[in-house]
Design a protein around this ligand. Structure first.
Ligand code: ZN
Length: 126
């Protein structure tokens, strides 16, 4: 013989447990959002963690946009020294001497800088 009252009693208890629990579907979603936000922040911190503040300031000033080709993708942005460190060490940490470049333009510019420096060096010792 079935005892529907007992079942109802048990069901009620489960309902009460859910009511008292903090992990409703909505609050789980909040936790998930918090976790992914924290992960994004950690990733952001990790990516920017190795950069000195003035490089971060240059990226922010240039709005994470390549100053040569105009690409806007913070994943590939790097900070270039407009005047190479070898030519103007006193400008090395100056924000005015920093500009945001994408990896491609940065590599091209660095190659040019190195070629120019080699040329200057060659002239100096000619
Ligand atoms: Zn570029």
């Amino acid at each position: 013989m079935n005892r529907p009252t007992a079942f109802q009693k048990g069901h009620k208890k489960v309902g009460g447990f859910h009511k008292g629990s903090k992990h409703t579907e909505a609050s789980k979603q909040v936790l998930r959002d918090k976790a992914s936000k924290r992960r994004a922040e950690m990733l952001g911190n990790w990516k920017g963690g190795g950069l000195p503040w003035n490089k971060l300031q240059a990226l922010d000033r240039d709005n994470y946009t390549c100053q040569i080709c105009g690409l806007n993708d913070r994943e590939v942005m790097e900070v270039d020294h407009i005047v190479p460190k070898a030519k103007a060490p006193e400008l090395f940490n100056s924000l005015e001497n920093l500009m945001t470049l994408c990896a491609n333009c940065h590599r091209r510019k660095t190659n040019r800088d190195v070629a120019e420096l080699n040329r200057l060096r060659a002239q100096k010792y000619a």
